[in-house]
Design a protein around this ligand. Structure first.
Ligand code: SF4
Length: 445
């Protein structure tokens, strides 16, 4: 990693090449933030981290439960589950708990966990140590994506420096697949099997790694814990809103396909997103108009990444960053991936490309993925080619969710469903040959 300036840093290219299927986001710009990313550019080694951050408080379980409840800390991997519920559930187990830091980032356009592990890895590991000590856990496992070589290298270097008493740290690399970051897939990987999702009858906090209570959360979640215990709830809540104190990380990336479909050699993917691809730390409640450039809000935005929701940029502009508030509007922040399409690109063709990619990324085990997602990808490709398949798409979006072992079918149909529900005028324009892609790639037909 090279750090370009005091207030921002560039993460150079990771190993996987770009294209459809897309590799992890490249040339990511990381901006300095108020809490998690405030020491950007400072040395990341343990001695330097301790010198600037001070000693790490280690609250006992009741004190930590109070802190996490007051600060309403939620997991930042997409589901937004309250961390305190995972903690108290894992603490009730009869067997010794384990802690898992999930930085697999199977979503190619997510870069926030890589940004943390490459610029301030010990903040993430401090949070894991705090939770492990409160639980009496002796093991902490860290998982990164195998295609994110620089992130993996940084995580392993940081783990080698840890000197926490009574804690054993380990690292595993997850395969470069979209579903590799799913919680059960991570548990599978750590148990020595293929890192693919499986049906689970109990949450990992009840029965996870080798049947033990497992506190598994996203890397960003652990960084928030470390900041919270050091700063205290007052300072943490000085940012954000009463319901959602503190900050969150977003990855803004402009790599949606702008024309064509994956089966179409006219596909164009912006493989050099330049300064548009960035990780930013924002206080909850900040309007999106303060975060995104006017050009990024001039067209549709896929909010929440490839399992996210389409929304018109001018609608998003007035909305605040709030997982709960966006959910009430039928939108999702997911793991904080924001994908502006731009005013001149076609969301129908972009959805066709994303759906085909996701259909190919399933574990191929459950009916909705084996049969349903290819059918969905086929129907949306036909729509992109000018055939009005909206009735078929509505039908598939109605039957596929809730039937897989994991939420991959739910997330994939969500993109298609919100294309039809939120971007109906674009779909109509596309079918009637008035879409921007008509000039870009010869029209819908
Ligand atoms: S729903 Fe799909 S991705 Fe999830 S476990 Fe089943 S086959 Fe795999």
């Amino acid at each position: 990693m090279t750090v370009a300036a005091r207030t921002s840093g560039t993460l150079g290219s990771e190993a996987r090449p770009t294209g459809w299927a897309p590799g992890p986001v490249t040339d990511l710009f990381v901006h300095e933030g108020p809490l998690l990313l405030r020491h950007l550019g400072a040395p990341a080694d343990l001695a330097s981290h301790r010198a600037r951050s001070g000693p790490l408080p280690t609250p006992d379980l009741p004190a930590l439960v109070t802190l996490l409840s007051d600060a309403a800390v939620r997991g930042r991997g997409g589901a937004g589950f309250p961390l305190v519920r995972k903690l108290t559930t894992a603490a009730r187990g009869r067997r010794r708990a384990v802690v898992v830091v999930n930085a697999a980032e199977g979503e190619p356009d997510s870069g926030k966990d890589s940004a943390l592990l490459r610029t301030t890895p010990h903040l993430v590991l401090d949070g894991a140590a705090v939770l492990a000590r409160a639980l009496g856990a002796r093991e902490v496992h860290v998982v990164t994506g195998i295609d994110r070589a620089d992130t993996t290298r940084s995580a392993r270097a940081a783990l080698a420096e840890r000197d926490d008493r009574r804690l054993r740290w380990s690292h595993r690399a997850a395969a470069a697949r979209f579903v590799s970051g799913q919680a059960r897939a991570v548990v599978e990987l750590l148990e020595g099997r293929d890192g693919l999702p499986v049906t689970a009858w109990e949450p990992a906090a009840v029965r996870g790694l080798h049947g033990r209570p497992t506190l598994l959360s996203n890397a960003e979640t652990f960084a928030h814990v470390a900041v919270l215990v050091r700063e205290g709830p007052g300072a943490y809540a000085s940012l954000g809103t009463a319901d959602e104190p503190g900050t969150t990380l977003l990855t803004v990336s402009g790599r949606l396909p702008t024309a064509g479909t994956p089966t179409d050699d006219r596909v164009r993917v912006d493989s050099d997103p330049g300064p548009q691809a960035r990780v930013i730390e924002v206080a909850h409640g900040t309007p999106f108009s303060h975060l995104l450039h006017p050009a990024e809000l001039a067209g549709p935005v896929l909010l929440g990444g490839f399992h996210g929701t389409w929304v018109e940029g001018h609608v998003l502009a007035d909305l605040p960053v709030s997982a709960a508030g966006l959910r009430r509007r039928g939108l999702t922040l997911g793991a904080g991936v924001v994908l502006p399409l731009g005013a001149r690109a076609c969301p129908v063709r972009a959805t066709a490309a994303v759906t085909a990619y996701l259909a190919g990324e399933s574990a191929g085990r459950c009916g909705p993925c084996v049969n349903g997602l290819p059918a969905l990808a086929d129907a949306i490709r036909c729509l992109a080619d000018g055939e009005d398949t909206r009735p078929r798409l509505h039908e598939l979006c109605g039957v596929l969710p809730g039937r897989g072992a994991c939420a991959h079918p739910d997330g994939t149909t969500r993109v298609v469903r919100t294309l039809l529900a939120h971007l109906g005028r674009h779909v109509h324009a596309h079918l009637s040959g008035r879409c921007s892609c008509a000039s870009a790639c010869g029209g819908a037909g």
